[in-house]
Each structure stands twice: as structure tokens, then as C-alpha cells.
Design a protein around this ligand. Sequence first.
Ligand SMILES: NC(=O)c1ccc[n+]([C@@H]2O[C@H](COP(=O)([O-])OP(=O)(O)OC[C@H]3O[C@@H](n4cnc5c(N)ncnc54)[C@H](OP(=O)(O)O)[C@@H]3O)[C@@H](O)[C@H]2O)c1
Length: 409
Amino acid sequence: MAASPMADESPHKLNTNTSASTQKADYSHRTRDAALGKTDFTWLTTTGNNNQNFLLGLRATSDTSRPAQIMGAIYSQFFVTPSLPSTRFTSKTVIVTGSNTGLGLAAARHFAELDAARLILAVRNVAAGEAAKKSILESLVPTETANDTAAPIDIQVWPLDLASYASVVALSARAATELDRIDVLLCNAGVYTQRFRLAEQDELSITVNVVSTFLLVLTLLPKLCTTAGTFATEQHVSAVTSELHAWAPLPERLAPEGQIFAMLSDPEVAEKVMAHRYDVSKLLQVLVVRALAERMTRKKMPGVLNMLTPGFCWTEIARESYGMGIKIAYAIMARTADAGSRTLVRAARAGRQSHGCYMADGEVVEDGKSMGVSKFVRSEEGRAVQERVWGELKAKLDGIRAGATEVVG
Ligand SMILES: NC(=O)c1ccc[n+]([C@@H]2O[C@H](COP(=O)([O-])OP(=O)(O)OC[C@H]3O[C@@H](n4cnc5c(N)ncnc54)[C@H](OP(=O)(O)O)[C@@H]3O)[C@@H](O)[C@H]2O)c1
């Protein structure tokens, strides 16, 4: 049988184990749908022998077989306690998303203890944000060396719901007019869910953890850049990702050009992979940070954009699936939120050498080292997927707010 004319055009060549006839059926289906501009991904879930395309897609991005990754994570959980940065945040304005609880609240407390001048708690529940503000203020103990004339920290609670584009754009507009400077943007807020729901254009975790998170970054970047120029300082944007990015299967990378996000939000496809959706959202964060950092460097933009894993920490992140298994795992190996949050604060003070990099235990991890970004992220295919994801995200962000990505070109 003649090979499918489309087979050679596959950028990923993942069908080597499937029969030629299956490949032909799959690709012609795919081409037809693409030609019709149709968002129908049933070809991925219902064609092939035992859905081989889908199974291959599930496997190929996951690094679960990488012992170094697993051993590194176990060592870090049991034997490493991250430390705080040695330099303070004196006179700096710091924004922390999702700072009413968990790692965000613990990090905000550290910023306050480390002399930040202004702290913006960007939260979706303002009452919980006000309670967090009160608890931070109450925990600030005056030190013997404290200067009585020093201005007290200014803590403000601002509403931010990352499930709503309007809320993100409103926060950025407010920051542009009300803040004279932004030194740190800590993108901490995140959701873990295995239940498929749409929010705005995409599945909820993709909207919250990826689209809105980077909408916030890009709409605040101009202010961060002017801060660097006006105050001659190095500003930081840090994204809280996870080592689970290395466990993320991404069959959606087989989607036709321009359809990765559409496929991620197709209920028929998603229902088969929602168990891994959080990991996928973290993988997308890693890819986008790398893509964005490269563009910032090319444009010679000041400042640092980095990402980090806090390790496995006892917080409310698993609130939707808080079963016995997770409780035991927390009890055996989780860090406290306070210990994990130190990695966030370290990233927000890390030098230019951390730009575009992934940090674990508060340190930059070089590509290829245990605890670093996954093999898939570093691969040729990973890079191609990175560029496709960035291209789709860029179009999405510019559609949400005209010119949102202009700052990086
Ligand atoms: N804990 C871990 O082991 C671990 C490991 C790796 C990475 N992380 C990452 O660390 C970050 C912080 O998580 P955590 O562990 O501290 O969990 P958490 O205690 O559940 O805190 C998550 C924060 O995100 C906020 N959030 C959720 N959806 C939001 C939305 N639509 N708009 C605005 N804020 C929203 C939550 O607000 P509400 O309280 O209002 O829901 C909360 O403030 C997340 O990005 C998570 O993925 C955690």
C-alpha cells in the first residue's frame, strides 16, 4: 500500500508503530478537518488501532521513566530546606497573586518581613485577602534595630479573578495608574482540578494557570520596564510552575496547526486526560516562560523572568481531591507552606543568570540536570511545540486586549 502523502508532513513522526492504513485514515481525517477549519478532534480519540495515536501522544512527552528526576525530587523533599534570600526588598513594590492562602500568603509574609515598601495581595476573594493582610500585619514583629521613623509597610488587597479576562485587564489598568513602580510580580495563583469546566475561551485550568497568568504578565510588563528605567533597579517576574510539568502527557501537540488550545478545551478529548490537566498547565507555563524570556532578551528588555518549583508543599492546592492518599503523602514528605514559599521569594530576588531559567530549592537548575526542565522541554520537538504554543497564546492575548504582546514584539 502506498504511504499516505500526509505522513511525511507530520512534524512529530509519532505514528511509526501504527499500520500504514491507520496512518492514512488518521491523517486524511486530520487534513480534511483542517481544510474545513473544523474544530473536531474525534480523529485523535476514535481512530487508530486501540487509539494508538492517542496513546502515543499520551506517552511521548512524559518523563516518568526518568529516575534522576524522581530521585532528585525525593532528595529535595527529605533533605533540603530552602533558605530566604540574603538581600531585602527595601523600597520595592511587590505583587503576589493568590496570596490569601498557601504559598502565596507565606511568600507575602516574607516580603513584608524583608522590608518591602508596598505589597499588593491580588486575590479573587477580597474578604480572604483582607484576613491575610491582617494576619501579615499582626505577625510583623518590630526588631530591635527597627527604625521608628521608617514608613510602615503599605499592604493593599486588590481583586483578581484569573478565570475572568476582564478582571486581569482591570488589575493591570489599575496598576498602571495607581502604582509608581512594580519591582516584583509573583505569579503564584493556580488551580488544580480534574473536573472539566470552561472559563472564558478555554478549560478552567488553562485559562487560570496559563492564559490569564500570561495576560497579566504581558499587560504589566510595560510598568515593570519603566520601573527599571526610573528607579535603576532590576525587576522580577516569577512564575510558580511545578516539577509535575515533567509528568505531563500532551497528546494535543498532535493537533493541526493553530489548534492546540482548541483541542485542550474540547470536552471529548479532555475527559480522557483531565487527570493530568494540572501537569499539562504547568508544562505550558514552562514552555511559555522560555518563549517569552527569549523574546525579552532579543528586545534587550531589562529585568528577569524566571520560573520555579516550590517542591511538594502542604497547602490547599488539592482541595478538590483531598483523599486519604494525598493526606498520607502530605504527612510523609510535604514541606510546610512557609518552607516552600522561600523558593518563591528566592526567585523574586535571583539575578539575571536566572532569566528564562527554572529554579528548584531556590537555585537555578541548568538544563539537563536532575530537578530541571524535562527532557521533552529540551528536545527539538519540545522547542517546536513551545513556538506553536507561544504563537497561539500570542494571538489569543492580542485578541483579548489589542496589542497585549507588543511589548515583546
Ligand atoms: N502545593 C504544592 O505542592 C505545589 C507544588 C508545585 C507548584 N505549586 C503551585 O504553587 C502555586 C500556589 O499554590 P498553593 O499550593 O499555595 O495552593 P493553594 O493553597 O490552593 O493556593 C492557590 C491560590 O491560587 C488562588 N486561585 C485559584 N484560582 C484562582 C483564580 N481563578 N483567580 C485568582 N486566584 C486564584 C487561590 O485563591 P482561593 O483561595 O480564592 O481559591 C489561592 O490563593 C500554584 O500555582 C500551584 O500550582 C504548588
